[in-house]
Design a protein around this ligand. Structure first.
Ligand code: GDP
Length: 451
């Protein structure tokens, strides 16, 4: 997701490199390129118009910072605007004063609601809640079964409308509104503090669907109605979001299939079009492929400045805590980042599975996308072999690794010297990025942007 947009923006900013000051013509040309890049990413036209107006206004305006060169200032302005268009602040689930908190999921069929229900329930459970899933999608054959499977995986009970379910309430009749209502009663009786109601979708927006969702909404009075939208549907996203906003109404958005190669238009348009924030992102078919949506972090990712915070959080979820802390410390502790740490990181990433997704959150990753896409565990093994062929002193003070040491290391690990060179080059880049990230405060700048 966003790959093309990232590349386009990055090349736009490259043209500003080395400029002492920006002329009106520079700003116009840059704005034009950004505009085209956004339109090509399927961002809704009015959203693009406003985005560009803001960028121009601010680039021409007062905000001249001594600390940043003109190119970096434009990057910073675009970063702020991206953050803004993605929703500004991170928005969490609004919990009800009197539990249970009711969360209802709406969206087209295939949008990813049932999958999301499982992910969200697991996420909330990990936060100490006791959710109940309610299967009110009686339209799609298998939807109930699918929710039950997801619930089981997440370790979260499912209230479903068929005999055999142990319920103190009457078995509902197959009417989704009744199922939702009975599910809510069940949650109250059994003291669940959160209820997640999965509802039916259709292939397209239609009146009956809207009516059913509205009826469930009226019957259960949810605290949150989350509209789940497939990020891959491109320009249709706007019309669909508008239809649901008017037909049922919702309080927040979940973007699903963010792992696909969607161009990003839905993400960048939906807040502008509906006024409702994106709250979560779904990034795969697995139960853990789920993120809280942080507009600021997403803006950094789009600009290829990395998203180390999400990387650390994902690490914390997937590996044990002491390891995660060790890794987090390495990001912060710039002094200590050695080849030994680099190797350690690689191995931990390998453990975390879905390796490419994680690596894409590293600063500058987009620039190495091609290599990353070819990245597999055997490459980690080669890196490991190379680093293992170094002496402890070499691992800790890599700059002493001269030509003859490189030859020895290559021979020792059975690779060509060029592979040793590439590894050292990448390590140096990573080390530089770590330093910039750890320094905090100012923006890290696009890779290669003179500071
Ligand atoms: P629903 O009809 O809205 O309940 O949609 P489902 O939850 O059944 O999802 C439809 C299909 O999309 C299923 O095959 C899911 O496995 C898949 N899916 C859902 N979310 C994601 C995601 O974030 N990434 C990918 N790659 N597939 C997803």
């Amino acid at each position: 997701m966003f790959n093309t947009l990232t590349e386009r923006l990055s090349s736009t900013f490259k043209n500003l490199r080395g400029k002492g000051r920006l002329t009106q013509a520079d700003i116009d040309a840059t704005a034009r390129e950004i505009r085209r890049a956004l339109l090509d990413a399927d961002v809704a036209v009015p959203a693009v118009r406003e985005f560009i107006a803001h960028v121009k206004e601010r680039a021409l305006g007062e905000e001249v910072s001594e600390a940043l060169n003109p190119g970096q200032q434009v990057v910073k302005i675009v970063q702020n605007e991206l953050e803004e268009i993605l929703g500004g602040e991170t928005r969490n689930i609004q919990l009800a004063k009197n539990p249970p908190t009711v969360i209802m999921l709406v969206g087209l069929q295939g949008a990813g609601k049932t999958t999301l229900a499982g992910k969200l329930s697991k996420h909330l459970k990990q936060q100490g809640h006791t959710p109940l899933l309610v299967a009110a999608d009686l339209q799609r054959p298998n939807a109930v079964k699918q929710l039950e499977v997801n619930g089981e995986r997440a370790g979260v009970p499912v209230f479903a409308p068929h005999p055999g379910v142990s319920s103190e309430h009457e078995d509902p009749t197959g009417d989704p509104v009744e199922v939702a209502r009975a599910g809510l009663e069940e949650a109250k009786t059994r003291q669940h503090d959160i209820v997640i109601i999965d509802t039916a979708g259709r292939l397209g927006v239609d009146q009956e669907l809207m009516q059913q969702a509205s009826d469930i909404r009226a019957a259960t009075n949810p605290d949150e109605v989350l509209f789940v939208i497939d990020a891959m549907i491109g320009q249709d996203a706007v019309a669909t979001a508008q239809a649901f906003n008017e037909g049922v109404g919702f309080t927040g958005v979940v973007l699903s299939k963010m792992d696909g190669d969607a161009r990003g238009g839905a993400a960048l348009s939906v807040k502008y079009i509906t006024g409702k924030p994106i709250m979560f992102a779904s990034t795969g078919e697995g139960l853990d492929d789920f993120e809280v949506f942080h507009p600021d972090r997403m803006a950094s990712r789009i600009l290829d400045m990395g998203d180390v915070l999400s990387l650390i959080e994902q690490a914390e979820r997937t590996i044990d805590k002491s390891q995660a802390e060790k890794m987090a410390q390495k990001f912060v502790d710039q002094e200590d980042f050695t080849l030994e740490d680099f190797l350690d990181q690689m191995q931990q990433l390998k453990k975390m599975g879905s390796m490419k997704k994680m690596l894409m959150m590293m600063p500058g990753a987009q620039g190495m996308r091609q290599q990353l896409e070819q990245f597999d565990d055997s490459q980690v093994n080669r890196i490991e072999a190379i680093i293992r062929s170094m002496t402890p002193y070499e691992r800790n003070v890599p700059k002493i690794i001269n030509g003859s040491r490189r030859a020895r290391i290559a021979a020792g690990s059975g690779v060509h010297v060029s592979e040793v060179n590439t590894l050292l080059e990448r390590f140096r880049e990573a080390q530089k990025m770590m330093k910039r990230m750890a320094a905090g405060g100012g923006i890290p700048g696009m890779p290669g942007m003179p500071g």
